[in-house]
Design a protein around this ligand. Structure first.
Ligand SMILES: [Zn+2]
Length: 337
């Protein structure tokens, strides 16, 4: 297939509650974006109409029509059936089993590509961010949960059932804390933001005199305990906080080490939690890594944070659309910018 000179794609970024729609050109430049009213909190057929109305409006505003559109990308939180293009029931949405991929493809009469937000984030960082030019890279969302995307030999790893990759649910300890997925001791159960908050609350709820509970930002209200509070408590030198933090760092190193041993990546990009923690996380992680990965693999891999920052949602929404053309040899990521 010939490389296409100029084309446009629409991206739909489905969040837990909100839906952002954006229009991008073939260099991945976001031309315009808008929020679709009602998000995922209204009946799907109404939400779909809002989404397509928003998309149509963006095209009109840019002086384009659906004829100028080559593809539609959709980034959504799991659970989903990527092969069927269907979103399953997610805790924050009122939708259940919605065929969003085919519905958007039908409306715009172009291919629509659905992927989970971590894979889509990996593609965005690969095409437009830090991992540009890498053949082997890993992206970990590290937010309330831990999602992951893996590029192997220049291909996005999706697995035989279309579930790959879920590094957040690698079991790191048989006796570890129970995870939201039902397993015990997952990476996410140790290091996901939601799990950290829950564990702090379980441990400290009935200890009003604990130095963490007496912090200015907590004032005895255990519901305020979360990852940010833990970070502040570590910075204040509270010993119990240091102990909890140390476990987060050790488990992060264990997970990164396992990923290095399997995939030998050039780069592991770590999202939100690593971004805000900086050296507080990375220094202990580097210290623990030799316990989990061979020197050649550690030396080959740079540990870093995303380049795209707040734009990652929009670029993740359009990235699956670009990947569709990339795989056909019909599109190459821009060289720089
Ligand atoms: Zn899990």
């Amino acid at each position: 297939m010939q490389e296409r000179k100029e084309f446009f794609v629409l991206g739909f970024d489905i969040g837990g509650t909100k839906i952002a729609v954006c229009l991008a050109d073939c260099r991945g430049r976001i031309i315009d974006s808008a929020r679709s009213e009602g998000g995922t909190q209204i009946d799907y057929s109404k939400a779909l109409r809002q989404m397509t109305d928003t998309g149509d409006h963006l095209l009109n505003k840019a002086g384009l029509s659906s004829e100028d559109l080559q593809s539609v990308g959709i980034s959504a939180p799991g659970p989903m059936d990527m092969r069927a293009g269907v979103l399953r029931k997610s805790p924050n949405m009122v939708w259940r089993d919605v065929p969003i991929r085919d519905d958007l493809a039908k409306h715009y009469r172009v291919p629509a590509i659905l992927d989970n937000d971590a894979n889509a984030g990996m593609l965005a960082e690969w095409f437009f961010g830090k991992a540009r030019g890498c053949t082997d890279a890993i992206y970990l969302t590290m937010s309330t949960g831990i999602g992951g995307g893996v590029i192997v030999n220049g291909t996005l790893l999706q697995g035989t059932a279309g579930i790959g990759a879920e590094p957040g649910h690698m079991v790191l300890d048989l006796d570890g804390p129970v995870c939201g997925c039902g397993q015990r001791g997952c990476f996410e159960a140790f290091c996901g933001g939601r799990s950290i908050s829950r564990r702090m609350q379980e441990i400290l709820a009935d200890q009003p005199d604990h130095p963490i509970m007496r912090m200015e930002q907590v004032k005895g209200d255990y519901r305020k305990l979360n990852y940010q509070i833990l970070r502040l408590a570590v910075a204040e030198g509270i010993p119990a906080a240091r102990e909890m933090w140390d476990e987060v760092c050790l488990r992060t190193a264990q997970a990164l080490g396992a990923l290095m041993m399997i995939f030998n990546p050039q780069m592991i990009i770590m999202g939100t939690l690593a971004y805000y923690s900086g050296d507080m996380l990375m220094n202990p992680v580097e210290k623990y890594l030799p316990r989990f990965a061979w020197p050649q693999l550690r030396e080959a891999c740079s540990l870093t944070t995303p380049k795209l920052g707040s734009q990652i949602g929009e670029l993740a929404a359009v990235a699956p659309a670009f990947y569709h053309f990339y795989r056909q040899g019909a599109w190459q990521p821009p060289k720089e910018g």
